[in-house]
Design a protein. Structure first.
Length: 93
């Protein structure tokens, strides 16, 4: 009788490990694609910086301020959007 609970725990652990492996195999391609898209976005911002500095005669400080303001605005609007979606899921459809 004492081996029965241990076998049950081993079966549950094996089932949980299999479930985790299956979920990981399904999420890893999506996470990889998201990583590549984020990297390409960062590279494109770098290329845009090279052109903007020369064409618009921006200094490094002006470009940094603009990029920082863009990030802050993006962050706050994303948080506000998520808050509205959580409170009323049909509000923005």
């Amino acid at each position: 009788m004492s081996s029965h609970p241990a076998m049950s725990v081993d079966a549950n652990r094996t089932s949980a490990d299999a479930t985790f492996r299956k979920a990981a195999w399904r999420f890893m391609p999506l996470l990889f694609v998201c990583y590549v898209v984020a990297y390409l976005d960062r590279v494109n911002v770098g290329f845009a910086k090279l052109q903007m500095l020369s064409d618009l005669h921006f200094s490094e400080a002006v470009y940094g301020l603009g990029a920082g303001l863009f990030f802050v605005g993006y962050f706050f609007f994303e948080v506000a959007y998520r808050a509205v979606r959580i409170l009323d899921p049909c509000a923005l459809d």
